[in-house]
Design a protein around this ligand. Structure first.
Ligand code: F6R
Length: 615
């Protein structure tokens, strides 16, 4: 989605903004632009394509003096990704410039009114309307003009507004789209998330919905409804290095390899085993103070809300929650849930699962659930994100920034986080006995180390990937928790390699997908030993009979499967539900290596955005 960076009071402000935009590339975009005040007017440079193209254009300008600048990476919504639609946009009278993330729903009505007044537009965007509305209100006080404009806008926005007549001030505002403000010694920055701020400052204010702020050098005055509100910065602890590639060729590969560490870090200080087996493990939940044990005892139903990869984690989570808490649990696509008039009451616990904490559909579904009187527990990675702030309780995944557009480490962290919550709830409700609780708590603590063994087979998986790099289609099949894994394996492959891939419950195979199987169709089976193993072997036989190419993810001690499969990835997986986490890693590696063998840009797949902050 669109990315915003702005700076005031900093030497080489244009360079700072351009570097910040480059660090936001992971969000996905198709054009970029930057603006700064110059000789009482605005200088705007824009380019379709990458930030590197924008940088080359800016190199021809003298940018040594300005200490104020703002920039934007655009992910096209209104109008194609052309230079004239790239931000910043300027009012027709040249006095106001705006960068914007979000969508103005009533832009057509506003545009019609402005057009009747004689305003002419140069772009197809909704943002250009905002610049003109602010210009209409502007009589010298930029903050007042923005505050007068915002009530006219229906929709969502993070905005930065600049005027050459107020070169020492930027105004920012937020409604449903994220905006972080970084406070430095004598300078102030703003950005769509904290990543561009980290190299300059660790003091960050996350603007709340409905807030407007006036940024000046080293200062930030936050207001709501025309009144000043306190602005207390949070201290960001992520290292700048954590947001870099750390020697790996791609963020995706780095993030896949980080999983043993991220999973171990998740439970550090949160899960303590007893000295002897006659006591319970302790689950420490620091973000759930608002939700009492009595409340958890009274929960009648759990609804898990998410989109994409996070939804697949919820499908796994449902099994964990039902088994350990005996509460019926239902994973739901947030986008469908919010428009379906779902049946809710205060005894329903809603768990929103999201890496970014900004996915628009998930955010709106959370709001709907809260309006219906439900408590919302957020399982989130990004600290201070919208969903984390609006939920009644938060379980942070603590896996550091996930930059690769395809979600990897957040997926396994979500499963582990949901498992942790399931065990805690089972303990509170008395639906899991001590022996079982201890066994499962040990599994959780050991899962990170288990992944090291699987990651060691990376070169072997790469060799398999090379054999399938030219496939046109792929099927992924699994049963039980293997089903969401099959969905996730297919999603990973298609988003990074552009190979058409489908995931199914293997039981569904005979109900349709088997029609596609022939000697050109690779079929990946999640075939770990367990309750449904025999059924999966039956499905493998059926594919083999139709000459399909078979890749199996199998248990390390399976002696039979290599007689049936063309390629086998063995994993040491013998702890039930933890197997989902173990299976995710070879699926991620396979997708990564097939995509890189095809020369795809795995960290920034075409048409995809890291954080989907529009509907
Ligand atoms: C796929 C992927 C997306 C996200 C989805 C939800 O690799 O990354 O499917 O999982 O857009 O995003 P979050 O988790 O930020 O709510």
């Amino acid at each position: 989605m669109c990315g915003i960076v702005a700076a005031i009071g900093i030497p080489n402000a244009v360079g700072v903004v351009l570097d910040g935009l480059a660090s936001l590339e992971y969000r996905g975009y198709d054009s970029a632009g930057v603006a700064w005040p110059e000789n009482g007017a605005l200088r705007i440079v824009r380019a379709a394509g990458r930030v590197s193209e924008l940088k080359s254009k800016v190199e021809t300008c003298d940018t040594t003096t300005p200490e104020t600048a703002m920039g934007h990476t655009r992910w096209a919504t209104h109008g194609p990704p052309l230079e004239r639609n790239a931000h910043p946009h300027v009012s027709a009278d040249g006095r106001i410039s705006v960068v914007h993330n979000g969508i103005i729903d009533n832009y057509a009505t506003l545009k019609e009114r402005l057009t009747k007044k004689g305003v002419s537009f140069k772009s197809d965007t909704d943002t250009e309307i905002v610049a003109n509305l602010v210009a209409e209100q502007f009589t010298g006080d930029l903050l007042q003009a923005v505050e007068a404009t915002l009530p006219l806008l229906d929709g969502t926005y993070a905005l930065v507004v600049m005027s050459p007549q107020c070169p020492d001030m930027l105004i920012v505002a937020r409604k449903s789209s994220p905006l972080a403000i970084g406070l430095g010694d004598g300078f102030t920055l703003a950005a769509s998330d904290a990543v561009p701020l980290i190299p300059h400052t660790r003091k960050v204010v996350f603007l709340e919905d409905g807030q407007v702020a006036a940024l000046t050098a080293g200062r930030c005055e936050v207001r709501r409804d025309g009144q000043a509100v306190p602005c207390i910065p949070a201290e960001i602890t992520w290292s700048a290095e954590a947001a870099m590639k750390n020697g790996y060729p791609h963020y995706m590969l780095k993030e896949i390899h980080e999983q043993p560490v991220t999973l171990e870090a998740m439970f550090r200080n949160r899960l303590r085993l007893p000295r002897t087996d006659d006591a319970d493990p302790e689950f420490m939940l620091d973000g759930l103070e608002n939700l009492s044990d009595d409340y958890f005892r009274g929960v009648s139903r759990i609804v898990l809300l998410a989109q994409g990869t996070a939804y697949h984690a919820c499908m796994v989570g449902r099994n964990l929650l039902e088994r350990t808490t005996h509460i019926p649990a239902y994973p739901e696509y947030a986008a469908d849930f919010r428009y379906r008039d779902p049946i809710l009451d205060p005894s329903v616990l809603v768990i929103a699962v999201t890496q970014s904490g900004e996915t628009m559909d998930t955010l709106h579904a959370v709001r709907l659930a809260r309006e219906a009187g439900c408590n919302v527990l957020a399982v989130v990675n990004v600290v201070g994100s919208s969903i984390a702030r609006e939920a009644d309780g938060v379980f942070y995944l603590n896996c550091g920034p996930e930059i690769g557009v395809a979600s990897t480490k957040a997926f396994t962290a979500m499963i582990a986080g949901l498992y942790f919550l399931a065990l805690r709830l089972g303990q509170v409700r008395g639906t899991i006995n001590r022996q079982e609780l201890l066994r499962r708590a040990r599994d959780l603590l050991g899962v990170g180390a288990r992944l090291n063994g699987i990651l060691a087979s990376d070169p072997y998986i790469r060799a398999i990937a090379n054999r399938y790099r030219n496939a046109a289609n792929f099927l992924f099949l699994g049963r039980g928790t293997g089903w969401p894994l099959a969905l996730e394996g297919a999603l990973k492959l298609k988003e990074v390699s552009y190979i058409h891939a489908e995931g199914y419950d293997a039981a569904e195979m005979k109900h349709g997908p088997i029609a596609l199987v022939d000697e050109n169709m690779p079929v990946l089976f999640i075939a770990l030993q367990g309750r449904r193993y025999d059924k999966i072997i039956g499905n493998i036989q059926e594919v083999r009979a139709r000459k399909g190419k078979i890749i199996a993810i199998a248990s390390h001690d399976d002696r039979e499967i290599d007689k049936l499969a063309d390629d086998v990835i063995y994993i040491r997986a013998d702890s039930g539900i933890m197997n989902s986490i173990c299976c995710a890693v070879p699926l991620q590696l396979l997708a990564y290596h097939i995509a890189t063998a095809r020369g795809c840009d795995v960290d920034k797949p075409k048409n995809l955005a890291k954080s989907v902050t529009v509907e």
